[in-house]
Each structure stands twice: as C-alpha cells, then as structure tokens.
Design a protein around this ligand. Structure first.
Ligand code: ADP
Ligand code: MG
Length: 704
C-alpha cells in the first residue's frame, strides 16, 4: 500500500516551479518563470543553464533519456527518445544535455500526417520547446524519460501539430480579453488565460477478453455483438459502488497522476456498464491539453498492469452510452478572477455579461467551426444518438440568464443612471448558481454557473482541437463587443451603458443558438433547421465546415491557421476518417470470414446431424428445427455475399480520391457494415457458445 500523502508526492515527476527554484540560479529562475507566464523569449545563455539543471534533476529521478514530446495531428502524442549518455573524445562516458538540445530537435518526422504541407524533399520537421508547460518524467521499471513539451513545425515554420494553433488561439483570446478588461477599468491585469477542465469518460474491460476480439484490438471498439439481456436498462451503474478491481486501478492511476502534477478530483461509475469517469482539477488550457494527453497515456499503461483494457473510443458498444470528454472552459485573469463568474456588483455583472455575450456571438456565427472540431471518425457513432449531445451546436443558459438577456433585449431604460442601482433584474445574477442544480443534459454546450461546458468532444480526442475553435469563436465575439463599446464611448457614453447595448446586440444575435428545451427531440432538429443552424450528420459534412470561406477567414484573421494550413488540416482529418472506416470494414470482413462463417458452419453441421438422426416420422413433426437450419444457412449465404461486397468496396477505395473515398465509406460503407453486423448479431444468438469465436457483449461487460 502506498501510504504517502498525495500532497507529499504531488508533482514530484514534474520540473515545476519548486524544482526550478531549488535547482536554478535565482535570475534564471525568475526569467524562466516569467517566460512561462507571459510567453516572453528566453535569453540564449539561459537555455544551457536550464538544460543542465533539468538533466541533473531527471538523472536524480532515474531518467536515462530525454525526448521532445509533441502533438502531431494524429490526436495522440509523439516522442523520439535520445539517451543522455554520450562519449567524449577519449571515449569516456558521460551524461550530457545542452541548451540547444532542449530548445530544438529534428525528429525524422516525415511519416507524420501533414496534409500535403511537406513534400518529401523537405521532409524535415522541427520540434521546439514550449516553456509554458513544464517538463516531466515518464518513469518505467528500469528508468525513465524526460519529456519536454514541444511544438512541431515544418522546416519553413509551418505548424504541423495541434499545440501551435492552440497556443495561437490562446494568444488571440488573451489579447481580446485584456483589451475588454481595460475598457472596464481593470488596469492592473497582466494576463488572461483560458482555463480548461476536461472530464474523461472511459470503459474498462478484461484484457484477456478484449485480446480475443480483433475489432477491439484494431479499431478500439466492437463492430458486432448481440445485445446482452442486461445492458444499462436498470440504470444501476451510474454512481454505483466502484468494483474493487477498478478501484485498485483508479488508485494506481491517480497516484501516478499526482506524481505528474495532475490532480484528479472526482472518480465515479458512469451510465454504461463498465463505464467510468475521471475529472481533474482545471488548469490553464495549454497545460490542460498536455495533461489530458498524459493522463490518457497513464490510464492506458496502468490498465495493462491490472489485466484491464482501456477503451477510450466514443462508442465502444452499440446500444450502450458512448464516451465523451466534457470540456469545461472559462477565462481567468492575473488576479485569479474567473471572468465567467457572476458577481453581485453592478459593474462586474455587466462585465460578466459582456464576456458571456462575446461567446454567444461567436457561437451564433461560428458554431459550424465547433461542429467541425469534434468531427472524428468515432464521434459519428456517438453524436446525435439518444444519449450523447446532438450534432447541432446550441447553448443552454438556464432560466435566470435567459430572463436577464430577454430583459436587456426588450429594451434598455430611457436613461441609465451612471451610479446607483440599475434594475434590469441584474441583481438576480447570483441566483445563477441555484439555477444550475437542474441543468439541461441534452445541450452540447451549457453554461454551468461560472463556466461553459462543451460536451461534444469525443473521449479519445485531444482537447487542443475543440479548444482552438472555441477560443477562435470567442475571440471574434469579444472583438465585436469591444468594437461596439469603443464606438459608443466615442459618443461620450459610459462604459456600462455602451456594454449593455453590446450585450443587447449579442442577446438578439444569439437567439438562433440559445435553446433550453430537449435537444434530443425531433422538434429541435426541425426548429434548428428553420433557424438556419448548420446541420451536419456525418463526419465528412462536418469537416467540410473548415472549408467555408468565412470560417477560413476567421482562422486566418486571428492568425490561428493560414488558409493553406486550414486546407491541410481538413485533408488530414478527412483522410483519417476514410482510413478508419476502411480499417473497420476490413476488420469486420476478416472477423466474419475467419471466425463467424466457420462457427455457423459448425452449428449447421450439429443441427443437421440432429435432424438426420431423428426418425423420419419425428423429423416431420419438427418443422422449427428445419426452418432454423435453413434460416441459419441463409444467414451464412447473405454474410458471404456481404463480405464479397465489402471486398469490392475496399478495392474501389484504393483508386478513389479522398472526397470520393469519404463518399463511398459514408453512403455505402456504413450501411454495409450495419447489414453485416445485423446478420452477425442474429447468428450470434443462435449459435452454441462454444462455437462463437469472439467474447460476447455479456462477457465483455462483466469485470472479474
Ligand atoms: P460535472 O457535474 O459536470 O460532471 P465535474 O465535477 O465532474 O462536473 O467536472 C467539472 C470540471 O470542470 C472539473 O474538471 C473542474 O475542474 C472543471 N472546472 C471547474 N471550474 C472551471 C473553470 N473555471 N474553468 C475550467 N474548468 C473548470
Ligand atoms: Mg462529471
């Protein structure tokens, strides 16, 4: 048993402020801390000192290697380990790590997706240290690796990762938020940071069972499987007692994450059987993104030690709830104030509503970018089902906030007193927290008291992508609010009054995306279409939103992604989609041919033999046996035919363009997979358990 207090181990594997202060000369520490906070560039000489301190620290923790740890556009992280060990001229071994090695590295990264941004002759990619996120050590039994959070760019400086656009979007929102804060008279504020807390949902199944299913191994989710008699009907899993085996796993993961400076605040059973959630304490968005990636890696690694398989897929099992990553977000200033926290004072309330209004404006105009940012291959199985958030981007604000906006929308009082009370119902703002208790779970975005929650992010997704688009939309909205206010200030109007006008504009403009009703209902889909909201039901449709000229322009104007980068980004995503589907079709086909068809044949043999051994007179009286036999035989025929079509479809993909491929797998591939699955699932319920080649849902969904 690990008896150390979590607080005593917290962050021991992170080169955090404490470690830096202990190991760096005071001036260097101050410079590095300032650079981490404000993004200022470090002086060249400083890097050597930092590198040497980092190396000594890492060696003291048993690390033997270092790596630039980065986020290529695969949604996962990448690393190329380098040994500290070097030989000097005389062949004497020593550990070395220089400032330039800390700052920059050149992994041979030509095989990572670039969306055509990098032709092979200029295949070099650089990783560069991101000092705003601390280095950390991934320990193994035999040693460990010092991981240096980095950006990844091509040799001409074009970003090839998810972190660079994220950092740019954070910069965009920060400058806008600062400008707005200053308008409201907050002169002392030095910085504004986006904060993110990502709740991680996941499934755990027994490793020994998962290993027997090619679909879980290669696709991360099941492609067939009949519904078990007991699924989630009883609703007895959510918040239930955590299974001891799972709890032991969670405790190990938490301990390791504490050491890595990640504070897991909540753990609980989720709705689906074998589904769980971890929620960490929120932090600055860039760090949060790094930490979430690290967290997923640790969760995966420790699952093996507990003979469990971690399933992060958005929809591991048909008929059961899928997994998301609710992305909570807000803004925090250098005084530690949450800018989405409603406050009692008049001026602060108006400031709060201005920030809120900025987001609403952004959402009403650029909701399609948010939709694109969560369009992954797996999320298509989840979004729009009856449990997950729908695919239409709308926001739930709750009764109190909506009433306030409605009042402001109805019209402002003739003359606004510059001081004293201004009764617009604003005094009721503190009630928002109370209103929050009964919140709408069906909305993809909800205001939850002092932050927004974006619920459409898929469980395995890097939060960098959705966060980038959330911040882009919000930054645009804040720009609009600021411009409106500044304009009116020119007319000699007070800030509060000018801001109320801007809020009124935002309230009116955002009517299209504000919806507090049931977002799962068909009426909402109809209404959303009347409101002209972007409706994309498939991943390719949603990804195409990246290519909308207005969206491209926004990303370029905010300097988040150039026009060329957006095209490349789109291409990477669509390619990932087509390839994922192609793999799924191939895996399903092979599961049928190698496992399911032989199982059916054996069952036919068994039943056929039974039929033959019966005396003829008796057999005549048993039509059900004969019918069962012929039905199973027909299922087999249909399966063979469907697999043959799958094979043809896959060969067509090899000569299709990306767009054609997307069209083929979406319009034909998905239907074909559904057809095959239907046949498999019906066969499964009629076949001897010893013949069925793969663990069934019933067995998978039982942890023992
Ligand atoms: P829920 O009731 O939505 O399941 P949880 O407690 O599971 O809530 O998770 C809420 C998440 O929101 C946590 O990760 C928490 O750290 C995060 N959060 C709280 N405040 C903020 C904030 N100001 N900015 C960003 N995230 C926040
Ligand atoms: Mg939660």
């Amino acid at each position: 048993m690990n008896e150390a207090r979590p607080s005593s181990q917290f962050g021991e594997l992170v080169f955090n402020r404490k470690a830096m202060r202990e190991r760096l000369p005071k001036e260097v520490f101050t410079q590095l801390a300032a650079s981490a906070e404000t993004g200022e560039k470090l002086e060249p000489g400083v890097a050597d000192i930092v590198a040497s301190a980092m190396k000594e620290w890492a060696l003291s923790k048993g690390a033997t290697h270092y790596t630039h740890w980065f986020h290529p556009r695969t949604e996962k992280t990448a690393e190329k380990h380098m040994a500290f060990l070097t030989l000097d001229m005389e062949g004497t071994p020593l550990e070395s790590f220089t400032g330039s090695e800390l700052i920059q590295s050149e992994p041979d990264a030509s095989s990572l997706p670039s969306g055509g941004m990098r032709s092979t002759f200029e295949a070099r990619g650089y990783t560069a240290w991101d000092p705003s996120s601390p280095a950390f050590i991934v320990q193994t039994e035999k040693g460990g690796t010092l991981c240096i959070p980095s950006i990844f760019i091509s040799y001409d400086g074009t970003p090839l990762d998810l972190k660079t656009p994220l950092l740019k979007s954070l910069n965009a929102i920060e400058t806008r938020a600062l400008r707005l804060l200053r308008l409201f008279g907050n002169r002392g504020v030095r910085w504004v940071k986006a904060t993110i807390g990502a709740e991680q949902e996941f499934f755990l199944v027994n490793e020994s069972k998962a290993r027997l299913r090619p679909d879980i191994i290669f696709c991360g989710h099941t492609l067939c499987g009949a519904q078990p008699a007991k699924g989630q009907q009883m609703e007895d899993h959510y918040f239930g007692t955590i299974h001891p085996k799972v709890l032991a796993y969670m405790e190990d993961v938490e301990r390791e994450l504490y050491r890595l400076g990640i504070a897991i605040k909540t753990r609980h059973n989720e709705v689906g059987p074998c589904q769980f959630e971890f929620a960490p304490e929120f932090s600055e968005a860039n760090l949060s993104n790094d930490q979430n990636q690290l967290m997923m890696a640790v969760m995966k690694r420790f699952a093996r030690r507990h003979d469990l398989r971690l399933m992060l897929h958005e929809k591991p099992f048909a008929g059961l709830n899928g997994s998301g990553k609710h992305t909570n977000f807000s803004l925090m200033d250098s005084e530690g104030r949450n800018l989405l926290s409603p406050s009692g004072t008049q001026k602060k309330s108006i400031q709060f509503l201005t920030f809120l209004g900025g987001f609403l404006l952004g959402l009403s105009r650029y909701g399609s970018l948010l939709r694109a940012s969560i369009a992954s291959p797996g999320n298509m199985y989840r979004l729009g089902g009856n449990e997950a958030p729908p695919a239409i981007m709308s926001v739930y604000l709750g009764e109190v906030l909506n009433q306030i906006l409605d009042r402001i929308e109805e019209g402002l009082p003739e003359s606004i007193p510059s001081k004293g009370s201004l009764d617009l119902g604003l005094t009721r703002l503190p009630d928002i927290k109370a209103d929050n208790t009964d919140r709408n779970r069906t909305a993809p975005i909800a205001f939850t008291g002092n932050k927004f929650e974006f619920r459409a992010t898929g469980a395995p997704q890097a939060i960098a992508g959705p966060t980038t688009m959330l911040m882009a939309a919000w930054a645009w909205g804040l720009d609009q609010m600021t411009a409106m206010i500044e304009n009116r200030l020119g007319d000699g109007i007070e800030v509060a009054e000018a801001a109320l006008e801007a809020i009124r504009h935002a309230a009116i403009e955002s009517r299209n995306v504000r919806f507090d009703g049931n977002c799962y209902s068909e009426e909402w889909a109809r209404e959303a279409s009347l409101r002209g909201l972007p409706l994309a039901y498939t991943t390719p449709e949603a990804l195409a939103y990246y290519l909308v000229p207005e969206n491209r322009r926004l990303l370029a104007d905010l300097k988040i992604m150039s026009d060329r980068e957006v095209s490349a980004f789109y291409e990477i995503q669509i390619e990932r989609y087509v390839k994922s589907r192609e793999i799924e079709i191939g895996v399903l086909e092979s599961m049928v041919r190698e496992g399911i068809l032989p199982a059916i044949t054996r069952q036919l043999e068994l039943d056929g033999r039974a039929y033959r051994v019966l005396p003829e007179t008796l057999a005549k009286e048993m039509p059900l046996l004969r019918e069962g036999l012929s039905r199973l035989a027909m299922t087999r025929e249909k399966l063979v035919a469907a697999c043959d079509r799958a094979q043809v479809l896959r060969s067509r993909l090899s000569s299709a363009s990306l767009e054609e491929g997307a069209e083929i797998v979406t319009s034909e591939g998905l239907a074909l997979m559904e057809e095959i699955r239907g046949l498999c699932d019906s066969a499964e319920t009629h076949i001897d358990k010893d013949f069925w080649p793969y663990p069934r849902y019933r067995e998978l969904l039982l942890i023992f």
